[in-house]
Ligand binder design. Structure first.
Ligand SMILES: [Zn+2]
Length: 242
């Protein structure tokens, strides 16, 4: 099992009882995935109680978009098992607020992950975990982290600047850029789940900079760019990730 040891937590910096924490929740990986898991050391305060949110996050991300082999395997095994447990119905009910009937496809629903605060909290934790994994020791809490579902307005230049990494391309892969100068934005992130659902995030130097950020356009403005110029600078499409 997970060994507890007193050491510095990579999410908050406190020296406490910590365990090995999976940055991309363990349950996202199908059994067949042999990719090396991305892990950090996290204290129980930072890590504690996340497993219910992780299961919800996985369910939402697995429903968004069209099926792929990794997500299908996770559905066949881990997700269906989790839904058969006694809290399975509650998990399904939790989805109601972010499901809407698809007008063009009778009897089908669309899912809107960005409208679910728990999904955003889970995304913030993934971004903080990746940030720690890549060596940033500024320990941003959620008050310094913004995250959203991608809405397709990232300039192509971002991907030229960004470093590409993955946990397993079918499970989660990501691009990020860190800014060394003292600007309000420390780093920008694009994380794709199950090879299809794109998310975007930013880590700010202070919580004051984070305040008032609701969309990616607000991030560009804070960095001193006109969002329209950014959009027209390149056709930042998701195909670039593929
Ligand atoms: Zn901690």
């Amino acid at each position: 099992m997970n060994k507890r040891r007193v050491r510095a937590c990579q999410l908050c910096g406190a020296v406490r009882l910590s365990t090995v924490d999976h940055v991309i929740p363990k349950g996202f990986y199908p059994k067949s995935s042999t990719a090396r898991r991305i892990t950090i050391k996290a204290c129980e305060t930072c890590n504690g109680g996340a497993s219910d949110d992780d299961a919800h996050f996985r369910l939402v991300m697995s429903l968004a978009g069209e099926g792929r082999s990794a997500v299908n395997e996770v559905w066949r095994t881990k997700i269906s098992r989790s839904l058969r447990k006694e809290d399975g119905m509650r998990r399904v009910r939790d989805l109601r607020p972010i499901l809407r009937a698809a007008a063009d496809l009778p009897g089908r629903y669309r899912i809107y992950p960005a409208e679910d605060p728990r999904v955003i909290t889970s995304l913030q934790k993934v971004i903080r975990g990746l940030n720690a994994y890549h060596g940033d020791k500024s320990y941003p809490g959620n008050e310094r982290v913004w995250g959203d579902i991608w809405r397709g307005d990232m300039p192509e230049e971002f991907f030229d600047l960004a470093a590409y990494h993955h946990a397993d391309p079918e499970v989660a892969d990501y691009f990020f850029v860190t800014f060394r100068d003292h600007i309000p934005v420390r780093s920008l992130w694009v994380v794709r789940f199950f090879g299809r659902t794109l998310t975007v995030g930013a880590i700010f130097s202070t919580s004051e900079h984070r305040r008032g950020i609701n969309r990616l356009d607000d991030v560009w403005r804070l960095m001193g760019f006109d969002p329209d110029d950014v959009r027209h600078a390149g056709n930042g499409t998701s195909e670039r990730l593929g």
